[in-house]
Design a protein around this ligand. Structure first.
Ligand SMILES: Cc1ncc(C[n+]2csc(CCOP(=O)(O)OP(=O)(O)O)c2C)c(N)n1
Ligand SMILES: [Mg+2]
Length: 210
């Protein structure tokens, strides 16, 4: 994904646009070769790209301690001369401010940066994964640091009138989710023969020549 965004922001720069790209990757994703090649390319091309690396403790079922010999994903950026910041990923406002700094630097021609957001994965890697390998105590600890709850608390401390607004937003989000779920449940299952679709070069080439 970083390689793709490299292309997007490089193309935008060649067209004289002031675009800044932002791309997200997990801790597990930063252990792939593709991440390292793309990070190096972004650095040497001085691309306006902000890489948000979400360190949520697990790559599918593998804890970060068994996946890398460093504590901070930010250290990966150092290898490529990319400036980085480590931020509490559960602190919405801290993440916002860090992103604002990184985007401003890219926009000023300062090149790429990496934000390591330290957090925790509260669900399995995907719907099929019941995360039985995650100690319950860890989940209990992190649940207390729920980012939405913490932001609501901060907002309420700053402005007591905001409670009604938060209630309205919550109601709207719940309605949206219920409607979308109903729509998704009403859709037919995909045809088994579509599983191979748009995977092989012949089909991709067909799209290009169409
Ligand atoms: C190149 C490559 N190697 C291995 C996999 C298999 N795989 C799928 S998800 C995953 C772990 C991803 O970890 P992370 O980025 O931390 O995501 P999270 O589990 O936190 O959602 C792996 C190893 C893959 N998709 N691609
Ligand atoms: Mg992860």
């Amino acid at each position: 994904m970083i390689a793709v965004m490299n292309g997007v922001v490089l193309a935008a720069r060649m067209q004289g646009k002031k675009t800044v790209g932002m791309v997200y990757i997990g801790d597990g994703g930063t252990s792939t070769g593709a991440f390292h090649e793309a990070a190096n390319f972004a650095a040497v091309q001085n691309l306006p790209l902000v890489i948000v690396a979400e360190n949520n403790g697990y790559a599918y079922s593998t804890p970060t301690t068994k996946q890398m010999r460093i504590l901070n994903l930010a250290d990966r950026a150092k290898a490529y001369g990319i400036p980085s910041e480590i931020v509490d990923g559960n602190d919405v406002l801290a993440v916002y401010k860090s992103a604002e700094r990184a985007v401003a630097r890219s926009r000023d021609g300062g090149g790429p940066s990496l934000i390591e957001a330290k957090s925790f994965r509260m669900r399995g890697h995907a719907a099929h994964d019941n995360q039985s390998y995650v100690p319950k105590e860890l989940l209990d600890q992190w649940r207390k640091r729920d980012p939405i709850g913490a932001l609501e608390k901060t907002l309420k401390q700053q402005d007591t009138a905001i409670e009604a607004e938060i209630e309205k937003i919550t109601e709207r989000v719940e309605t949206l989710l219920a409607d979308d779920l109903k729509w998704a449940d009403g859709q037919p299952l995909p045809r088994p023969e579509d599983a191979d679709g748009e995977v092989y070069a012949s089909e991709a080439a067909g799209v290009l020549t169409r």
